[in-house]
Design a protein around this ligand. Structure first.
Ligand code: SF4
Ligand code: SF4
Length: 446
């Protein structure tokens, strides 16, 4: 067992790990134009049944529970697709049954499920609520933005069906995250999308940039992976026309942040802002893309094949199959540690010298296909956007980090952000609780 310390000071094998499981492979009831996963059908032979067998499911669940590092008190199973609800409710009832059979004393088990929402009905919602599933609902904004790419197999937009699913989740009290894919089409509408989701009642929001590198694939004659780095100022030429532009993504996040920091801190949770606040407080972000190293977020196919990461479901990143090699061995293998360490080892000097490296860490290696302005390889395509965004939020983040260190509510930042004075004792509390300031944040130490 490799016990070498990572840069974060914890042995690789002692860090919790996470597996994104695809029990139905890439099969989906929508046909979103930018879906990176649909072409994975090519990885498995024709006639392949895209459904995890009961034996494989039980073996995986038992191993996932057993192989967590000692002292792990909470674990999460993450179900993704394709569209996992196509497997039917029976499949997930069985998952919960197996989890209960194998759970360890003192360990709490939870589940997340990513869905396009199209199939959600009352039965699904009752089940999610009963077993405390956290649902990730894909929505790219209002209809004119969402329906550009999120279409069904007949080419019809899916927005009204997704919003119906959101209403149903809310009616039943199921916890959900809105997951927005930021692309070239909706990328100029950060503020509008954020307000739309907030006003529709979303409390948790994630933004995922779509970056489709042109020429990804394999050389026709040699079968070698296509690589190559693009000059920093030619970034646009390296990606598809659907991909968000670096500066566009930065401005998108800035627009959302400026709205959020004035009125929604403590009420709406935007994943990248939470991650950034960790970095400003001095705690390494939990999301792999913003950590110095990665390698603890793996992906598993419907047949038990485990890959280094969801973004590297490719033959050269196949670690093995859980039905043949124990999951613990795959997760802690030298191959996997090398994969995770490469995130830091390949970071160009340009990033090492960057003033916002503590929050960005060069983001995901999947997107590192630019050359730095001084010609070194391996700069992230989104660099210009991240740099603008992280610099923009530096002031408010410093203030929020300071408030947290003083055990005061970061929501107090909102007054400063709006350029107003501290509220009076009987004024509504700026954190949005609906209570008076004196019986809320002021009482709690402000
Ligand atoms: S390659 Fe990217 S997405 Fe995959 S684990 Fe590393 S940082 Fe995360
Ligand atoms: S903002 Fe750019 S230079 Fe700075 S760490 Fe991120 S990718 Fe590197």
């Amino acid at each position: 067992m490799n016990t070498e310390l990572t840069d974060a000071g914890t042995a690789f094998t002692d860090q919790p790990f996470h597996v994104m499981t695809k029990p139905i492979g890439p099969i989906c009831n929508l046909d979103c134009t930018y879906c990176y996963y649909l072409h994975k059908e090519e990885l498995y032979p024709r006639g392949n049944k895209w459904k995890m067998t009961d034996d494989c499911l039980e073996s995986y669940i038992a191993q996932y529970i057993r192989s967590q590092p000692p002292g792990t008190s909470e674990i999460t199973f993450a179900w993704q697709g394709g569209e996992p609800t196509l497997l039917g409710l029976d499949f997930f009832e069985r998952c919960v049954e197996i989890q209960q059979k194998h759970e360890r004393r003192g360990m709490s088990i939870s589940n997340t499920l990513q869905t396009n929402g199209v199939l959600l009905d009352d039965d699904w919602c009752r089940f999610f609520l009963k077993h405390r599933f956290l649902i990730g609902l894909s929505i790219d904004g209002p209809a004119d933005l969402h329906d550009e790419f999120r279409v069904d197999h007949q080419g019809a937009g899916s927005h009204s069906r997704v919003m119906a699913a959101m209403r149903k989740l809310r009616k039943f009290g199921v916890e959900y995250n809105a997951l927005v894919v930021v692309n070239r089409h909706n990328g100029a509408h950060g503020g509008r999308i954020y307000r739309y989701l907030r006003d529709a009642g979303c409390r948790y929001v994630q933004f995922i940039p779509i970056v489709e590198k042109q020429g990804i694939g394999r050389h026709a004659e040699t079968d070698a992976p296509l690589t190559g780095f693009t000059a920093f100022d030619k970034a646009q030429s390296a990606v598809s026309s659907r991909s968000v532009l670096p500066e566009q993504f930065g401005q998108f996040l800035i627009d959302v942040f400026d709205e959020w920091v004035q009125r929604d801190v403590g009420r709406v949770f935007v994943q990248i802002f939470d991650q950034a606040l960790s970095a400003w407080v001095g705690v390494e972000p939990s999301l792999c893309v913003f950590r110095r190293t990665c390698g603890r977020a793996l992906a598993m196919e419907h047949n038990g094949d485990v890959y280094s990461c969801d973004h590297f479901v490719e033959p050269e990143h196949l670690l093995g199959n859980v039905n043949v090699i124990p999951l613990e061995e795959l997760v802690n293998s030298g191959q996997q540690q090398a994969f995770g360490d490469a995130k830091l080892e390949t970071l160009p000097q340009y990033c090492l010298d960057c003033e916002v490296r503590h929050a960005c860490n060069g983001e995901c290696p999947k997107n590192r296909f630019l050359m730095t302005p001084d010609g070194a390889e391996g700069l992230n395509y989104l660099c210009a956007g991240y740099r603008a965004f992280f610099n923009h939020i530096d002031g408010p983040m410093q203030k929020m980090a300071q408030l947290l260190k003083q055990r005061r509510s970061p929501a107090l930042i909102m007054e400063a952000a709006r350029g107003k004075h501290t509220p009076g004792r009987n004024d509504p509390c700026p954190c949005g609780s609906g209570r008076k300031f004196k019986s809320c944040c002021q009482k709690n130490g402000s």
